[in-house]
Design a binder for this molecule. Structure first.
Ligand SMILES: [Zn+2]
Ligand SMILES: [Zn+2]
Length: 255
């Protein structure tokens, strides 16, 4: 079992250093560990939930200190897509700084000029916006996989024709672009969401993954650890879900 979604203390809402995660992963017998702290952004947008630009050098340094035998450590970042960041991701992060991988994530959508968080997704218009940004993220070719593509369910609590249309748009794009989608275990450990049909996890959305079974896509199961002790948390449950819906699970992001 490997994990490619991992956060450190630098993002201001997680604990542990790269080395702490490496030690935890080795103890669990992992062969590959992908570190993917929330990327800093050149304009310091949403800086309350990510490292500052001034932290990037020190984050990169941590990988040198954490090097050890018996496990491959991949240097990565979890990123929000906006065309204004293209040069930063492509030239600085993947280019000059030689990062191994990037995760594409959508945590915010722009609605009538305001940024809104996933939990504020309420309408068909929001859903369309979410799918649009997520698909634009996929199309960049910058990202190794897409984190929690079912994240719209954090706010949109019904499974109706609007939710299904959003899911289908995302799944069609993932199939066309051959980009893996993540079943994210953190959603199983977060506060539950109250819906008309009862209480459920914020994600994974079962309806989404059931539908995914009809598409020729790859999925990856990650912990999205925010504490070293969670380095492999919930991955087993995510894999069971993938098996239930006959999904094609990959355990490494390196081609
Ligand atoms: Zn986080
Ligand atoms: Zn994450």
């Amino acid at each position: 079992m490997n994990n490619f979604h991992t956060h450190t203390w630098r993002c201001k809402h997680a604990t542990g250093t790269v080395k702490d995660y490496v030690n935890a992963a080795k103890e669990k017998g992992m062969k590959v560990l992908g570190m993917s702290d929330h990327t800093p952004l050149p304009d310091n947008r949403w800086s309350h939930v990510r490292m500052d630009m001034s932290d990037l050098d020190a984050y990169v340094e941590e990988f040198k200190e954490a090097e050890t035998e018996g496990i491959d450590i991949l240097k990565g970042l979890e990123c929000e897509w906006d065309p204004v960041y293209e040069g930063f991701y492509r030239d600085e992060i993947l280019g000059e700084r030689n990062f191994d991988f990037l995760i594409g994530s959508v945590h915010y959508i722009k609605n009538d000029g305001d940024w809104e968080y996933l939990s504020e997704i309420r309408t068909a218009k929001h859903l369309a916006k979410y799918a649009e940004v997520l698909i634009a993220t996929m199309k960049t070719g910058l990202f190794s996989f897409i984190a929690h593509p079912d994240g719209f369910g954090a706010g949109y609590t019904k499974w109706d024709s609007n939710a299904e249309a959003c899911a289908i748009d995302i799944l069609v794009a993932a199939e066309e672009l051959s980009i893996p989608l993540e079943i994210n275990g953190y959603g199983l450990r977060k506060n539950k969401v109250l819906t008309e049909d009862g209480i459920r996890s914020v994600y994974p959305l079962l309806n989404f993954w059931e539908l995914a079974g009809r598409f020729d896509i790859k999925v990856i199961c990650n912990s999205d650890a925010h504490r070293p002790e969670d380095v492999d948390a919930s991955i087993k449950e995510c894999k069971e879900l993938a098996d239930k819906y006959n999904l094609n699970v990959i355990d490494d992001i390196r081609g």
